[in-house]
Design a protein around this ligand. Structure first.
Ligand code: ASP
Length: 182
């Protein structure tokens, strides 16, 4: 256990105050960048949840998701990120998933687990399952964002329904690929 000030960083504190002064609203990475500024990596528009998924040589799948992607959120709010199945999920039989976006809708849709369930019970491919969750089911709930996923065969999917999603992927021995917009 650590004291709360262990988690304090001046940079994030200053970002919060600028967000409150400028916009007075909750900001997500994916919408803030181009709508308000030309520079997609302007530090005042880049707040991000960070997610990672991986498949190792022994066939183990793992997912991790950091909290802190939403700036100026309500005090005490718990997002989807720390809720297994909503913002983060991994199962060696199917897929590893890490999500980002409007957390409330990922919670309502249990979205990370939903990808795995669609693959396990409905026999969908990774591409079909992630498209259904991000491009259909999340949109129906009014959700914005996306996810990164790798399945047990090493296929990857990085779909998003927002303006952009900072993302990257790599296979052992290959140069990494990165993207922001579509
Ligand atoms: N999903 C996160 C939350 O709702 C925010 C994000 O991914 O940027 O807290």
């Amino acid at each position: 256990m650590v004291e709360p000030d262990f988690f304090f960083t001046q940079e994030r504190f200053d970002q919060l105050h600028r967000a409150q002064a400028e916009h007075g609203r909750v900001l997500l990475d994916h919408d803030g960048a181009a709508a308000l500024h030309d520079d997609p990596i302007d530090p005042d528009r880049k707040f991000g949840t960070v997610g990672a998924v991986a498949l190792d040589a022994a066939g183990n799948l793992a997912a991790a998701t950091s909290t802190g992607g939403m700036t100026n959120k309500q005090a005490g709010r718990i997002g989807d990120t720390p809720i297994v199945g909503a913002g983060c999920y991994a199962n060696n039989a199917t897929v590893a998933v890490s999500t980002t976006g409007t957390g409330e809708t990922f919670m309502r849709g249990v979205s990370a687990y939903d990808v795995s369930a669609l693959m396990e019970y409905a026999g969908l491919s990774l591409q079909q399952a992630t498209d259904k969750v991000v491009m259909e089911k999340l949109l129906q709930l009014g959700g914005s964002g996306g996810l990164i996923a790798v399945d047990r065969h090493g296929n990857i999917a990085l779909p998003f329904n927002s303006e952009g999603m900072y993302r990257g992927f790599g296979y052992v021995g290959d140069a990494p690929s990165v993207g922001i917009y579509r």
